[in-house]
Design a protein around this ligand. Structure first.
Ligand SMILES: [Ca+2]
Ligand SMILES: [Ca+2]
Ligand SMILES: [Ca+2]
Length: 403
């Protein structure tokens, strides 16, 4: 190692770079974990029409009540569509990026077992995962998908073909496409963030109040204008009466004076409130049907019962841990293994959507940022180690000089 380079590194704040190196070392060695909690609602749909009759007091693992919102006329919104025997609640996705193992895993905590027992048996499976690296803070379009292998496409990471790089509507199936024709089922027809729904509801309430105030104002204004018009006619009549009397003071029919009506308060127009902007909602993609599989990744999916199952006795096969509704909880673990750690940089910043099942009965979406290994930090790490080496070599020399 040239002495010049060593001195240059020592000049680069040896102590602080050692500290940085320690941080980078731990970042490299320990996995990075991001947890998305469920803050997305579904709109209940049955057949081809919005469904408002679905009510349920079931509480899922995340304490969510079911479809109590009515933000959009004719649609009921809520976290989860689930009823007795059909638990679908998903509470979180935990994403773990492990650069040294070259893996990124998606752990979904859900009550859904992965295969609905309703007819046609086993039709509903775990949904595919949809990824977007273009607009990681907005639930909109998706340019990558992780097929779990239980839907149409084989397990793998897929990229949208062509430009702009986002899957087009015919490259995946939505919950509406799959379940719309089957009128007997309730499914998630749309999905939106709770925050967007809340903002929409606030704007909708303000607009509704404005419309009511405007109707009241228009009624009051019509009454006011009616009195103004009446009094104007009375004034004309009375002026004619006085003019007549000036010419014919006696014994001439000049008609009679009329009485002015009291003028009501001049109404004030309400401040204009615009109609709410359309709710930023998406039709949930649930089943990838085409795309380009990326050969640098392999995908595996496992589903395990959280807390395990009884292996013997009268409860053999049943889950040991149940929630207050008697439902089991599953950890659906999707592991993406990359050919190289650099391939994982695809997942530096993205948003992810999961519809739980291909009926999107519980939509979950969130933004994820994981750290890449940057050459700059490696330089600092190298400097830190080099600095340590330099110090250990120099100390004896300094001691000798002192002697
Ligand atoms: Ca949800
Ligand atoms: Ca949920
Ligand atoms: Ca997006």
């Amino acid at each position: 190692m040239p002495k010049k380079a060593l001195n240059r590194c020592i000049r680069h704040l040896v102590l602080s770079s050692i500290l940085s190196g320690v941080t980078v070392t731990s970042a490299l060695a320990s996995p990075q974990i991001v947890t998305i909690t469920d803050t997305v609602d579904d709109a209940a749909t049955k057949g081809t029409s919005a469904y408002s009759g679905y009510k349920n007091t079931t509480v899922g693992p995340d304490g969510s009540q079911i479809f109590s919102d009515t933000a959009i006329a004719g649609q009921n919104w809520g976290d989860t569509l689930q009823g007795s025997g059909h638990p679908f609640d998903t509470s979180q996705i935990q994403i773990t990026r492990n650069n040294s193992a070259k893996t990124i895993t998606f752990d979904m905590t859900t009550e859904y077992s992965g295969s609905d027992s309703e007819a046609p048996a086993g039709l509903a499976k775990y949904a595919d995962l949809f990824i977007d690296t273009n607009t990681p803070n907005t639930p909109d379009s998706f340019n990558y998908a992780i097929a779990l292998g239980t839907q149409t496409e084989a397990a793998g990471v897929y990229a949208a073909a062509g430009t702009p790089t986002a899957f087009s509507a015919n490259q995946y199936d939505t919950s509406q496409q799959l379940w719309g024709p089957q009128t007997g089922f309730v499914y998630g027809g749309y999905a939106a963030r709770d925050s967007d729904l809340a903002a929409y509801q606030t704007a909708e309430t303000a607009y509704t109040n404005y419309q009511a105030a405007l109707a009241t104002y228009n009624t009051q204004l019509a009454a006011y204008n009616s009195v103004v018009a009446y009094n104007a006619a009375v004034t004309v009549n009375n002026n004619n009466y006085y003019a007549c009397k000036a010419i014919h003071p006696h014994n001439y029919n000049c008609g009679s004076l009329e009485t002015l009506k009291p003028l009501p308060t001049d109404p004030t127009a309400p401040t204009v409130v615009a109609a709410p902007a359309p709710l930023p909602e998406i039709i949930p993609p649930v089943r990838l049907t085409s795309g380009t599989m990326l050969t640098d990744f392999t995908v595996t999916e496992t589903s395990t019962v959280v807390g395990g199952v009884y292996t013997s006795g009268q409860y053999k096969g049943q889950c040991i841990v149940k929630d207050i509704d008697g439902n089991c909880t599953y950890d659906v673990k999707v592991t993406v293994t990359a050919a190289s750690a650099a391939d994982l940089n695809l997942f530096n910043s993205f948003d992810v959507f999961w519809g739980t099942a291909d009926c999107s009965n519980d939509a979950i979406w969130g933004t994820v940022a994981t750290r890449a290994v940057e050459p700059g930090t490696l330089f600092i790490l190298g400097c830190g180690l080099l600095g340590l080496l330099g110090l250990s070599r120099r100390r004896p020399q300094m001691l000798r000089a002192a002697n």
